[in-house]
Write a protein of this length. Structure first.
Ligand code: ARG
Length: 402
């Protein structure tokens, strides 16, 4: 066993208990490592807490820019939605955390890394697979998977060891959040028949508190990347925060989903992701105008493969490189503007335009100015329908005779 470990530290109950447990059980020096992906308001406090609990060092790294540029934007270009619903906020942050964890472990000369994931979820898979791919020489420890304590026993351990407990009965939820979305688990929502209570959401307003007038927003894209909102150029990170605020105010972006975990469990998952939902919707609308039917069809398959790969924690693979290369190539002409209407919990695309639009009014119109050659339709249909006619004559008539 190595003598030093870098622990991915969130400041929550499990990772706080883990600092003590790694010391007690494995006699390890613990370096607490916290990554800012837009998840927490108060990192200095988390750092202080780690040191108070006995970490030999506590490091906080602002990784918001890398998170957006290297993980969120590629996922948006791919329209990555797991099972067509979940924008993958948590799943996208894990490989980045794993990569940084490996970097810190090397810099600190630590032979092990640790995380606070339990043995039931997806996050353990994402951490372990990513670390294993990047640094097979490192030992991976997952105290919360090993210690076999129930939640109540963990709380009792914390109380015995003077470890402050962040979860109070006033907030019965288990939360993971970052710039791309927020996941809310536990409490009454474990019953899939129970509607998520309003207090589960902090970004998407309850319907009763949304404005009574619709609001229109315009999102500009360049090669598949959002670059401006309502005519104002913005860095992706600010743009995502802006859209989160605009769409959230109208209650857009709540997701209620029965999800299939990698570990084989079906779980009821609640998310709020106003920006992710709105931007993916806008991006898809622009693609439908600028990509051909075949490109759109393959893109859908690529998108679903990409989403599964992110969900499963297979980011650091050649498969991901290959999918990303196709997605990037497909975005060459995905440039233009989408107009959305936000109102009472829904966002609708109501307009789109692009200098590379494949929509041609002179082909589509039923009015004057029509240039479509309808005389060519007859010959086209004759050949297009030939296989169907042939098969009917030779085989289907026989089927009916039986
Ligand atoms: N079900 C989602 C996922 O697997 C969210 C998980 C939230 N993670 C957490 N540790 N609370 O990506």
């Amino acid at each position: 066993m190595p003598d030093k470990v870098v622990l991915a530290y969130s400041g929550g109950l499990d990772t706080s208990v883990a600092i003590r447990w790694l010391k007690e059980k494995h006699n390890l020096d613990v370096v607490a490592f916290s990554v800012d992906v837009g998840n927490e308001p108060d990192f200095p406090k988390i750092r202080e807490k780690a040191l108070k609990l006995g970490a030999v060092r506590a490091v906080v790294q602002d990784a918001r820019q890398a998170f957006i540029d290297e993980f969120v934007v590629p996922a948006l270009k791919a329209n990555a939605l797991y099972q067509g619903k979940y924008p993958l906020a948590t799943a996208l942050a894990r490989p980045l955390m794993a990569r940084l964890l490996v970097e810190i472990a090397r810099a600190e000369g630590a032979g092990a890394v640790a995380h606070g994931c339990t043995g039931k979820g997806n996050d353990q898979v994402r951490f372990d697979v990513s670390v294993g791919a990047l640094a097979p020489e490192l030992t991976i420890l997952a105290p919360a998977r090993d210690w076999g304590m129930t939640r109540d026993e963990t709380i009792a351990y914390a109380q015995r060891n003077n470890i402050p407990i962040p979860i109070t009965s006033a907030s019965p939820y288990s939360i993971d959040q970052n710039l791309w979305g927020r996941s809310i688990e536990c409490g009454v929502m474990e019953d899939p028949w129970t509607e998520p209570p309003d207090d589960a959401f902090i970004w998407a307003a309850p319907a009763a508190k949304t404005p009574d007038e619709p609001e229109y927003i315009e999102v500009e894209f360049e090669k598949g990347v959002p670059t401006a909102v309502n005519g104002k150029k913005m860095a992706a990170i600010d743009l995502i925060e802006k859209v989160n605020e605009l769409a959230g105010k109208h209650g857009v972006g709540k997701i209620d989903h029965i999800e299939d975990r990698v570990t084989g469990i079906k779980s009821r998952e609640i998310y709020e992701a106003p920006a992710a939902v709105t931007l993916i919707q806008a991006h898809q609308a622009l693609e439908s105008m600028t990509l051909s039917r075949e490109q759109l069809r393959l893109k859908q398959i690529i998108s679903s493969e990409y989403a599964d790969l992110i969900y499963d924690g297979r980011w650091f693979t050649s498969y991901r490189d290959d999918l990303a290369a196709y997605v990037d190539s497909s975005q060459r002409f995905v440039t233009g503007t989408v107009r959305l209407k936000l109102f009472k919990g829904s966002s609708a695309v109501v307009g789109r335009k692009s200098p590379y639009s494949l929509y041609r009014h002179d082909l589509a119109t039923y009015d004057r100015g029509d240039v479509f050659d309808r005389s060519a339709a007859v010959g086209f249909i004759k050949l297009f329908g030939l296989p169907a006619r042939t098969q009917t004559q030779v085989q289907r008539k026989k089927d009916k005779e039986k």
